[in-house]
Design a protein around this ligand. Structure first.
Ligand code: AMP
Length: 215
């Protein structure tokens, strides 16, 4: 099974991904997380990607598609995979269609999580992330028990450089212009499922589960 999480930054894709991966035994492929890790480790990829990420812009397709191609060939993807944050352009989606037959997979469902724009801004600018395990928190909606300390592993929380107000606005523009065209693209292939992401986390999870269980 191959699932794609689509939606604007802040829609809750990362939050829902954890449960989905567990429920359906899927490998988790988040291009954002892979790129952030490359930046943290200062690899060649990280050095090239950083300038785009800090500005809230997309990393060039040719860098990202290689990451996904390699990742999909790893053994843990045999049972299935969940793509989070990829594809983000029609070019990336077209690339995916080209490489998938070699892995014996097809896109089974694209879960589009829709959220109102004011809500996205509030969620993103208040988001805090664990520097050790990557768990997400929110200053008002999901505060950690101890300020700036991760409930899961005790790691220090930080605000992503691209979660500042100015960069969040840029990321939302980039989504509208470059990623939203994928909605028509996947609707045309009859694999798009719309999820109301304005609801509580549990309710969004139930909508997703209801959709995936029917596949
Ligand atoms: P995310 O964690 O998915 O919000 O991604 C964080 C940042 O990583 C984005 O703002 C982009 O700069 C970069 N990025 C992640 N995935 C992609 C992708 N599929 N194509 C291009 N850039 C990406």
């Amino acid at each position: 099974m191959l699932l794609i999480l689509l939606g604007p930054p802040g829609a809750g894709k990362g939050t829902q991904a954890g449960q989905l991966v567990e429920d359906y035994g899927l490998a988790y492929i988040s291009t954002g997380a892979i790129l952030r890790n490359a930046v943290k480790e200062g690899t060649g990829l990280g050095q090239k990607a950083r300038q785009y990420m800090d500005l809230g812009q997309l990393v060039p397709d040719e860098l990202v598609v290689e990451i996904v191609k390699d990742r999909l060939q790893q053994p843990d993807c045999e049972k299935g995979a969940l793509l989070d944050g990829f594809p983000r352009t029609v070019e990336q989606a077209t690339f995916l269609e080209k490489v998938l037959p070699d892995t014996g997979k097809k896109v089974d469902c694209v879960l589009l999580i829709e959220v109102a724009e004011e809500e996205l801004i509030e969620r993103l600018t208040g988001r805090r992330v664990c520097s050790e395990c990557g768990t997400n928190f929110h200053v008002t909606h999901k505060p950690p028990k101890v300020r700036n300390v991760c409930d899961e592993c005790g790691g220090a929380l930080y605000q992503r450089a691209d979660d500042s107000l100015e960069t969040v606005k840029e990321r939302l523009e980039v989504y509208k212009n470059q990623t939203a065209p994928l909605i028509d693209f996947y609707e045309g292939r009859n694999v798009l499922a719309r999820i109301d992401g304005n609801q509580e986390i549990e309710s969004v999870r139930d909508q997703i589960k209801g959709t995936v269980d029917k596949l």
